[in-house]
Ligand binder design. Sequence first.
Ligand code: 5GP
Ligand code: ZN
Length: 108
Amino acid sequence: MEKDCIFCQIAQGQTDTKLLYQTDTLVVFKDINPHAPVHLLLVPKKHIRSVNDLTDADREILAELTMVAKEMAREHDVAESGYKLLFNVEKGGGQLVFHLHMHLLGGR
Ligand code: 5GP
Ligand code: ZN
């Protein structure tokens, strides 16, 4: 937990953000500034800055992000129509929040 990290605070339930789903490993909530009808963020509870900082020990986290994304897509009715799973990496890759997260975008 990084004290000044907004996604750590959300993942620890310290904000008003409604969590749509959570496991021991991750939380899911709606993006505050959606770029598609369905725009969810899947966020590990562990503070990892970006994809660049992943280690071998984080393999399970990555697997769970993808498996939960698949379930969230189904629950939000975009599995059939299709969706994007996206990591922005560092400033040049469009990353604004430096706590690893996967975007799920669909419904357009
Ligand atoms: P990035 O550009 O870092 O990949 O994406 C960060 C995303 O987090 C942005 O789409 C932004 O709208 C979203 N976001 C930033 N702060 C908050 C917040 O406090 N609550 C929620 N729900 N989303 C946020
Ligand atoms: Zn964090």
